[in-house]
Design a binder for this molecule. Structure first.
Ligand SMILES: C=C(O[C@@H]1C=C(C(=O)O)C=C[C@H]1O)C(=O)O
Ligand SMILES: [Mg+2]
Length: 482
């Protein structure tokens, strides 16, 4: 029965779990005393909550650290609020190996009280990375470090009809274990009480400053010259577009639109400081579940048709386009080779198929494998990032070209973003079709795979198509795209 004071089942359930939290925290306190360092305590309980996005929205006034993840096709959503623990390795280290090690140690010492059958195990960590740790960071991305692992204080995971709430906290030898459960219940009570109705996007958003499209085309033309000279085989070049709104952008409403209009993408949001990096990426970098690895090659693009006939004609032209098939093949080859280093049974179909989302269609090749013992998801991310879908070929030369010529701090754009759980299972998307949103301004990103056969004008048009997803969700019509 609903607690009349709190009026919401989730909070009643949480209150009932307070003794469980206190018991777990007491074990953690003893462990912390023995180890001489704080220990993570994490308690998961089922709750009757339907929409994790509502808690993401309501959390805005409560914490600067918020995370949202939605895979509509898998009926799977996560909201994370606050930060119980976070980790950024020193710049000089291998950021993926250091993250793996920090996560392994935190999990080895953690006190976890969760049902083993739940789809996601206990205290997952949100994970994000800069595209290029060697590119000097700009002010825009100041709150998005080269690597970040973060365990939210409150975690809401919905898989189908089952929703769980996980309360996480760091406990040291002096912690009052009584405080932990009660504080979590209080925090939730406050969140549940706040209303949320998505705002419609503002109508007169201004396209503010962005790199002059002619300058961008000139950079693409230079790349084509170098590609034709054989210095590179492929390089992915991106550009940014700045928007200014008459009133603050509503990031939760934007996510709500994206999950409705782009059900076959990975919808993500990482809010830090006063900004939110969010997007709807059609591209999975890698997922790991019970040893099963899934990756995807996505490269080669065409617009959607206005009629079913035009749509099918564009799809079949894309399947036959030598230029797009070349862009795509580099990605398949590289992912196959990367996975072969750490996996068995690497499998991919011979030929790409078409993946369609609302604004664009792509050549798509799914790749599966079995991870070998001794490797983890961070190994896979390190080996895969950046694929030639966002970097190029050869990888190091393409990265150097991008760093020297692109005139853009990509920040977390085109980089791995996702989560890892206590078992080491997890999922990473390539953070494409994305924007970094401040209060009244937003910076949108889109790029294209440039190959020897590329035409700068057509590549510019391709970035416009890719920008459309975020522009639409932010309330900007096609006619305003410069
Ligand atoms: C770089 C982006 O997308 C990548 C480039 C593609 C292409 O050039 O055809 C297609 C999908 C992605 O691999 C982006 O969306 O910003
Ligand atoms: Mg392309």
């Amino acid at each position: 029965m609903a607690n009349p004071l709190l009026g919401v089942r989730v909070t009643t359930a949480t209150l009932r779990e307070v003794p469980r939290m206190e018991a777990a925290a007491e074990i953690a306190r003893r462990r912390a005393r023995e180890l001489g360092r704080p220990v993570l305590v994490s308690v998961t309980t089922q709750v009757g909550l339907r929409d994790p996005l509502a808690l993401f929205a309501r959390g805005a006034g409560v914490t600067h650290n918020r995370f949202f993840w939605s895979v509509p096709a898998a009926n799977f959503e996560i909201t994370g609020l606050g930060a119980a623990w976070s980790f950024t390795p020193p710049l000089s280290t291998d950021r993926f190996a250091a993250s793996a090690e920090a996560w392994r140690q935190l999990m080895a010492e953690a006190v976890i009280d969760a049902d083993r059958d739940l789809p996601v195990q206990g205290p997952l960590a949100v994970a994000g990375f800069r595209f290029d740790p060697d590119h000097p960071p700009s002010e825009l991305w100041r709150d998005y470090p080269h690597a970040l692992l973060l365990v939210p204080r409150l975690l809401i995971v919905r898989h189908g009809d089952v929703t769980t709430l996980t309360v996480n906290g760091m406990v040291d030898a002096q912690s009052s274990t009584l405080a932990l459960g009660a504080a979590a219940a209080r925090r939730l009570q406050a969140l549940i009480g706040l209303p949320w109705r998505p705002n419609r996007p503002p109508l007169d958003v201004q396209v503010d400053v962005s790199l002059d499209p002619d300058v961008w085309k000139a950079i693409v033309a230079d790349a084509v010259t170098d590609l034709r000279a054989g210095m590179l085989e492929k390089v992915v070049l991106a550009r940014a577009m700045r928007l200014r709104g008459p009133e603050p952008f509503d990031t939760a409403a934007t996510l709500d639109t994206l999950r409705r209009d782009y059900p076959h993408t990975f919808i993500f949001a990482v809010a830090r400081g006063g900004r939110t990096f969010l997007g709807a990426s059609p591209e999975r970098l890698v997922s790991l579940r019970n040893g099963d690895v899934a990756a995807s090659a996505l490269a080669g693009s065409a617009p959607r048709g206005k009629t079913p006939e035009e749509d099918a004609a564009l799809a079949s032209a894309l399947l036959q386009s030598e230029k797009d098939r070349a862009e795509h093949a580099f990605v398949v080859q590289m992912i196959r080779a990367a996975l072969t280093d750490y996996c068995d049974a690497v499998q991919a179909p011979e030929l790409p198929t078409i993946m369609q989302v609302r604004n664009v269609q792509h050549l798509f090749t799914p790749i599966t494998a079995r991870i070998r013992p001794g490797y983890d998801i961070f190994d896979l991310v390190q080996r895969l990032h950046p694929t030639p879908a966002v970097g190029g070929k050869p990888g190091p030369a393409a990265l150097a070209w991008i760093r020297a010529r692109e005139q853009l701090d990509r920040g977390w754009y085109a980089a791995p973003v996702g989560w890892v759980d206590a078992r080491g299972d997890g999922e990473f998307a390539v953070a494409l079709r994305s924007a970094l949103i401040g209060r009244r301004e937003a910076t949108l990103f889109a790029g294209c795979g440039i190959v020897a056969a590329s035409d700068p004008e057509r590549e510019l048009a391709e970035t416009r198509i890719k920008l459309r997803a975020m522009l639409g969700a932010l309330g900007v019509g096609d006619e305003m795209i410069g």
